[in-house]
Design a protein around this ligand. Structure first.
Ligand code: HEC
Length: 184
């Protein structure tokens, strides 16, 4: 059940990325590397929080606003969509949800027309960054190998939450569908 109105994430947190604005990634013809969306905390919209109780991890998903707006009336994720997933260490809270204690990693998936890595990647590319925006890995294989599990959701595990958030303007809070910790 949604339990929060959608809002921009707070920009005063200690893990705020210093930034001058969102720069879209390079064109499909280029190297295809995803650029860190430096101002995502100001410019993107949180659409989901996912608790992973078995590993005490909380994941927060953000999307660029134009794509969220497009998904209010369409179920097709548009080219140009950027999804940021923060993973946080967490502790059991007072209520049924985990309480985040520290940002560990930032995982990004970006969709662009023509960005096909292989036959089962969809038009998505992946990148793994540190909280400060340093590239940790641009390797595509491991990300693709797991996200193909949800090819029927355009390779997005949280597509149902994204579509609901787009229609209701409510952040979706849920527990992972998968028992194991998969992304750090
Ligand atoms: C072992 C499986 C697995 C691997 C490998 C994996 N992911 Fe994920 N990813 C998930 C699951 C499951 C979710 C949904 C959140 C949850 O339930 O914890 C997710 C969610 C995401 C999301 C939010 C959008 C969505 O699909 O819901 C992003 C962004 C993301 N992963 C990026 C990456 C990147 C980048 C890599 C490679 C560095 C990667 N993932 C590797 C399983 C995986």
């Amino acid at each position: 059940m949604p339990d929060q109105n959608i809002s921009y994430p707070h920009s005063s947190a200690s893990d705020t990325i210093t930034a001058s604005g969102y720069t879209p990634g390079p064109a499909a013809s280029g190297a295809g590397l995803i650029q860190f969306p430096t101002a995502y905390q100001q410019q993107f919209v949180q659409y989901a929080t996912v608790d992973c109780p078995n590993s005490n991890i909380v994941r927060k998903m953000y999307v660029n606003r134009p794509s969220l707006e497009a998904l209010a009336t369409s179920k097709t994720v548009p080219s140009g969509t950027v999804i940021v997933m923060e993973t946080h260490s967490a502790q059991q809270g007072n209520n049924k949800h985990l309480t985040p204690t520290g940002l560990n990693n930032v995982f990004i998936r970006e969709k662009r027309s023509g960005w096909r890595v292989n036959a089962d990647s969809g038009e998505w590319r992946s990148a793994w960054f540190s909280p400060a925006g340093r590239l940790v890995s641009s390797s595509q294989g491991s990300c693709i190998s797991c996200h193909t599990m949800v090819r029927d959701r355009d390779y997005l595990f949280t597509l149902p939450a994204l579509l609901t958030a787009a229609r209701t303007n409510q952040v979706q809070h849920q527990t992972t569908e998968f028992g194991t910790s998969v992304c750090r």
